[in-house]
Ligand binder design. Structure first.
Ligand SMILES: NC(=O)c1ccc[n+]([C@@H]2O[C@H](COP(=O)([O-])OP(=O)(O)OC[C@H]3O[C@@H](n4cnc5c(N)ncnc54)[C@H](OP(=O)(O)O)[C@@H]3O)[C@@H](O)[C@H]2O)c1
Length: 257
């Protein structure tokens, strides 16, 4: 039996990882800010699957929160075999509509926390000769799209670089790049989603199934759906200036209301 630590475990993609990993018999460390929700989730997963689920309340936009999770990941007595850096959020609006403090919080959660937690996890994994890290990015990583896209591009570049540095050590890293997924993400950000066509929405459980299959295959960047694989193929062929115009207009329609 192995242990997985999931950040942002209580909702959306993180909750889907927790459900799937618990069903597969892994013990869990569940990380988010809402302790009541974490406890209810831990009890449910324990009762349903007979696994141990620890609760770790931490706000990854703070140093204290990141340090608490680093400490758990560095525990050699009760090691973590799989880290899922999933916690994240969106800010409503285009550049200059979003307060600077919110942009900086995004960089702290999406980049600094991912860097520090990955580092805390992989040093022990390398010693043990096995382990995995899934860093949840987005297809926004491949589009010119403000701080959100830039932060996710950092996640992809960082993860691919570290995966190469650790090749042959038994430690696997993968950046997961979904398209639109039905979660609490857009509602929390106050974003309308009426303009997003139905075919573009993905199911969180299916995203996780595809992601874990890609991780098992040793993929370093996973785009977990054929529709988005095709779209990202088109994106690679489209001039950046044209892409910038399209993503900026899309930001205007489903971003600020
Ligand atoms: N939904 C999409 O369309 C989509 C597409 C591509 C990529 N993604 C990425 O997927 C990841 C998960 O998003 P989601 O759609 O599943 O969002 P979600 O349903 O809103 O869930 C977000 C989770 O992160 C936690 N969280 C948020 N801020 C946190 C913080 N400062 N510290 C600790 N935990 C925090 C939340 O719990 P608490 O509020 O209790 O902390 C919650 O468990 C994000 O990185 C997002 O960028 C989402």
């Amino acid at each position: 039996m192995t242990t997985a630590l999931i950040t942002g475990a209580t909702a959306g993609i993180g909750a889907a990882f927790a459900r799937r990993l618990a069903a597969d018999g892994h013990n869990l460390v569940l990380v988010a800010r809402d302790t009541g929700r974490l406890r209810a989730q831990a009890t449910e997963l324990h009762d349903r699957h007979g696994i141990e689920a620890e609760v770790l309340t931490a706000d990854l936009s703070t140093d204290a929160g990141i340090e608490a999770v680093e400490k758990r990941l560095a525990d050699r007595v009760s090691p973590v075999d799989l880290l899922v850096n999933n916690a994240g959020f969106g800010n409503k609006g285009k550049y200059l509509d979003v307060p600077m403090a919110d942009e900086l919080t995004m960089l702290k959660v999406h980049c600094e926390a991912v860097l520090r937690l990955t580092s805390a996890a992989v040093s022990g994994m390398r010693e043990r000769g096995r382990g995995g890290v899934v860093n949840v990015a987005s297809v926004a990583a491949f589009l010119p799209r403000g701080t959100y896209g830039a932060s996710k591009a950092w996640v992809v570049q960082f993860t691919q670089g570290v995966a190469k540095d650790l090749a042959g050590t038994g430690v696997r890293l993968m950046a997961l790049c979904p398209g639109f997924v039905r979660t609490e993400f857009h509602e929390r950000a106050g974003m309308g989603t009426g303009n997003i066509p139905g075919w573009m929405w993905l199911d969180a459980d299916k995203v996780v199934t595809a992601a874990l299959a890609d991780l098992a295959r040793g993929t370093s960047v996973s785009v977990p759906d054929p529709r988005y694989k095709a779209l990202m193929g088109l994106v690679k062929l489209t001039p950046r200036a044209l892409l910038g115009g399209v993503t900026s207009r899309a930001g205007r329609t489903y971003g600020p209301k």
